[in-house]
Design a protein around this ligand. Structure first.
Ligand SMILES: [Mn+2]
Length: 287
């Protein structure tokens, strides 16, 4: 007989209880990468595409994962508390990766700058850093940072105001609405503001200026390249001998930057990946 008596109401205080996911973890074969960079998730906002990100997290694995800022949107949460179960699911999945042994490095951005005060500390295996130097498999050195560090230089440009302000919020709401309708009609995910960004001349100019400023700054620090987020525009390009990488966002672009085991870098557009997977599944069912 068990001699240890336990107060029944303390049962809920058990440590190590497995978190129950609102959206259960998918048991699919995961694609493995050496490194994954994601940023600009904006948990705590309606614009955050948590379901798509959960699908991504359940489909990939890596030795190292960098969270390149604006993971939680503290600005928006302060104004209005919004935290659906799916947003918890994202955090749990990230913590679980760290627990399973992946190196997880969190570099807070401007929307989650509140976490910058914990720089140098680590929570549940997640290291908090202001910036990082990543060594690729093929021996390159990449500076990893969020990118808001350059806002002061960029202030003359109007798109920045657009990124943070009401017009952008409204567009994101519209994006959610448009895609809810598209999903009901059986149409694939489509990014409204991505289209707008490419059509608006000022936006194109802003993005290009940002990329040049970041690449130039990285060049002066003696690294081969730079990985950032912040402007919600995924990109791989070389600027004046410096490799510029932007991992995009999970508000509407739904992109990640990955490093393969040979050092090759790639941007994954997750809406396209889901569409390809569903086509393949439909093909298998038809065969
Ligand atoms: Mn940002």
């Amino acid at each position: 007989m068990n001699s240890v008596t336990r107060l029944p109401f303390l049962g809920d205080l058990d440590d190590g209880a497995e978190a129950s996911f609102h959206i259960p973890e998918q048991e699919r074969k995961r694609r493995r990468f050496r490194t994954i960079w994601i940023s600009d998730i904006h948990l705590g906002t309606r614009g955050c595409n948590a379901t798509m990100l959960i699908d991504f997290l359940d489909s990939v694995d890596s030795d190292t994962m960098y969270l390149v800022g604006d993971i939680i949107d503290g600005w928006r949460l302060k104004k209005r508390f919004y935290w659906p179960a799916a947003h918890n699911d994202v955090l749990w999945r990230i913590m679980k990766r760290a627990k399973r042994g992946a190196r997880v490095v969190y570099i807070p951005g401007n929307h989650d700058e509140i976490f910058r005060q914990f720089t140098g500390m680590s929570f549940g295996g997640v290291e908090i850093r202001r910036k990082a130097i990543h060594a690729t498999a093929d021996g390159r050195k990449l500076l990893v940072l969020h990118g808001d560090e350059f806002d002061t230089i960029m202030l003359a440009h109007r798109w920045l105001a657009f990124v943070g302000d009401a017009a952008y919020t409204m567009m994101m709401r519209l994006n959610v609405l448009v895609n809810a309708v598209r999903q009901r009609m059986g149409l694939p995910y489509w990014s409204l503001s991505k289209m707008a960004k490419h059509k608006v001349k000022n936006a194109v100019e802003f993005i290009s200026k940002f990329e040049h400023v970041v690449a130039h700054e990285a060049g002066t620090r003696g690294v081969d390249g730079v990985v950032c987020g912040h402007i919600h525009n995924a990109e791989i390009r070389e600027i004046a001998g410096v490799q510029y990488y932007n991992d995009g966002d999970w508000v509407e672009g739904c992109t990640a930057l990955v490093e393969h085991f040979d050092g090759r870098m790639e941007i994954l557009h997750w809406a396209d990946e889901i569409a390809a997977r569903e086509r393949a599944e439909a093909g298998r069912l038809a065969a």
